[in-house]
Design a protein around this ligand. Structure first.
Ligand code: PEP
Ligand code: MG
Length: 591
């Protein structure tokens, strides 16, 4: 297929699953064409500031209209990111940064927008954490809207696509993505982007197949070319042969059937055919994700990554800010428990805190619980809010990056101080508060017996655990080929943790990405995990595997692979078993 003259296959990152075939619409952005001129007279400065203010206002109005229209579309949940962009457009500091540039440098509004964006870029580029660094894109997207309006508002609008097309772009803002839903765009493909970008998150929540990070798609595709976007495989096929189109049409139909079939599992209990029940949690970053977590069948929240409360803020969140978030999670109807992980910030992730110097290796630096135990006042604000919200339902507090017993003891001491304080103030507290340790540092695995005596449950964070066990930076693409969840060292670590937890009579959950990949579900059942918590969209497939397997089969598979010494061998054995037992899902013709 790749040798064919006309057909081009591009590989990128599939960020929203599904298949779409249609005519391309190449969407041009204004980025490259920002004009520059000096304002020779003071009167021109005032006029330029007025122009800028008008463009900001127009952008705000457009977003408000978009938000209203989205609200009118049946079945669409609120797209919170539009509020973030609205907040940015209303932000005085953002506006005055641009106005100051016009005043100080006597330059036109477009150039001032560009300089302001450059200033923010400098700050954000220093952030190590992928997700937080990418929040710079929100500033960029807001600036692009302003630029679009400075240019008269006509250019570069996604609305020009007219629906039923595959949008091809260098990059897309989340607002563009939301607009695509209104216009019934079939799918999209972009030059840049990653799984954690807001655009990817919005695409997933709107269920538009999408592939990003294709590097050169805007150079390869012309408007009206036929394009297939395979968001599940991360592939884009340009000008495919008719039989390829037919094959993908069949694939799309199968995927649709499989999804409908899968959603049937969403709200069924996760019980194996021989009666073993596993608790299923959803991982969330924002409270707005709770409704979709419920739709996909989350029974509780197994991981709420609270560090996202700190994103896009000038000031640190107050206790009330924390409280309003935790109340919505802990008090949510339909969820049996809520695991609130205390914030995993630190190193240079927490860029706005001048107390923290830039670290050479922030992943192993002053982050998570280490940071909390240094910045106790900050930690206490969060703990007070969690305890106050605990009156609303079953609350599990989870401490991240625990590497030794002192840390968990000290964290519990501080929690106790906060509890006594609140009781003294007469604040009602919940009676179902559990304290857990994340097991994501190898030392924690090795002392799991001791840690188990200190806590009510464990939750294994495989994303970090694997990177530390295998010495692979989880965000470094050059070593990603070594990132193997089925490495025997990783499986042994998980087994040891579960055994230590169970010997002490506490349940063991897993909340890393490994828990949400159905390929591993039988292995994890064999390892006796009590709870699996994952990206909500992964739940139906994982439940389907659980409901159609038996513990006897899972144990058999585990026994077979635990005697093997290489990850490659284990992967082959797991894939063989899964494709034999679930041919539709994992066989050669599976999705
Ligand atoms: C993990 O490390 O597996 C985990 C769930 O936490 P995070 O991805 O937020 O580090
Ligand atoms: Mg982690």
């Amino acid at each position: 297929m790749e040798e064919d003259d006309r057909t081009i296959v591009l590989r990128g990152t599939g960020v929203s699953p599904g298949v779409a075939t249609g005519k391309a619409y190449v969407f041009d952005r204004l980025d490259a064409q920002i004009s520059f001129y000096r304002l020779e007279k003071p009167a021109l400065v005032a006029r330029e500031i007025k122009r800028l203010r008008a463009a900001v206002k127009a952008s705000e109005e457009q977003l408000k209209t978009l938000k209203r229209r989205l609200g009118e579309v049946e079945g669409v949940k609120p797209v919170y990111i539009i509020d973030v962009h609205l907040m940015l457009l209303r932000d005085r500091v953002f506006l005055s940064t641009m106005i100051d540039r016009i005043r100080e440098l006597n330059v036109n509004a477009e150039w001032a927008v560009r300089l302001a964006v450059d200033k923010y870029r400098e700050v954000f580029e220093k952030i190590e954490d992928d997700y937080l660094r990418e929040r710079f894109n929100d500033i960029r997207y807001a600036a692009q809207m302003i630029l679009r309006n400075l240019a008269g508002g006509e250019q570069g609008s996604i609305a020009g696509a007219g629906g039923d097309v595959i949008v091809i772009a260098a990059d897309l803002s989340p607002a563009d993505t939301a607009q695509m839903m209104i216009d019934r765009v079939l799918g999209f493909a972009t030059d840049i982007g990653s799984r954690t970008s807001h655009t990817a998150i919005v695409a997933r929540s709107l269920e538009i197949p999408a592939v990003v990070g294709l590097e050169k798609i805007t150079r390869v595709v012309r408007t009206n070319d036929t394009v297939i976007v395979d968001g599940s495989a991360g592939l884009v096929i340009v000008n495919p042969e008719p039989e390829v189109i037919l094959r993908y049409e069949e694939k799309r139909r199968l995927a649709q059937d499989a999804r409908a079939e899968c959603l049937r599992y969403a709200c069924l209990p996760a019980v194996t055919r021989d009666g073993r029940q596993v608790a299923i949690g959803g991982n969330i970053e924002f409270v707005e994700e709770i409704p979709s977590a419920l739709t996909y069948g989350a029974e509780g929240i197994g991981l709420y990554r609270t560090e996202f409360i700190y994103v896009n803020r000038e000031q640190l969140p107050t206790e009330e800010d924390h409280l309003s978030n935790y109340s919505r999670v802990i008090g949510a109807e339909g969820l049996s428990w809520a695991t609130v992980r205390t914030f995993d910030l630190g190193g240079d992730k927490f860029f706005s805190n001048p107390k923290l110097a830039k670290e050479m290796n922030p992943q192993m630096g002053l982050r998570a619980i280490r940071f909390c135990l240094k910045e106790i006042d900050l930690f206490k604000v969060q703990l007070r809010a969690i305890l106050r919200a605990s009156a609303l339902g079953r609350t599990r507090i989870l401490f991240p990056m625990i590497s030794g017993v002192e840390e968990i003891r000290r964290a519990k001491e501080i929690l106790e101080e906060v509890r006594v304080e609140l009781e003294g103030e007469g604040v009602p507290l919940g009676d179902r508060i559990e304290v857990g340790a994340m097991i994501e540092v190898p030392s924690a695995v090795m002392i799991a017996e001791a840690l188990a005596r200190e806590v009510d449950y464990f939750s294994i964070g495989t994303n970090d655990l694997i990177q530390y066990v295998l010495a692979i930076d989880r965000i470094n693409e050059r070593v990603s080929y070594l990132y193997e969840p089925l490495h025997p060292a990783v499986l042994r670590m998980i087994r040891h943790t579960v055994e230590a937890g169970h010997a002490a009579g506490i349940p063991v959950a897993m909340c890393g990405e490994m828990a949400g990949d159905p390929l591993y579900t039988m292995v994890l059942l064999g390892l006796d995990l009590d709870e699996l918590s994952m990206n909500p969209m992964a739940i139906p497939k994982v439940k389907a595997v659980i409901r159609e397997t038996t513990m006897a089969d899972c144990k058999g598979l585990l026994e077979e692979i635990m005697s093997m010494s290489s990850g490659v061998e284990i992967r082959r054995a797991v894939e063989d078993t899964m494709s034999r037992l679930f041919p539709a899902e994992f066989g050669a013709n599976g999705q």
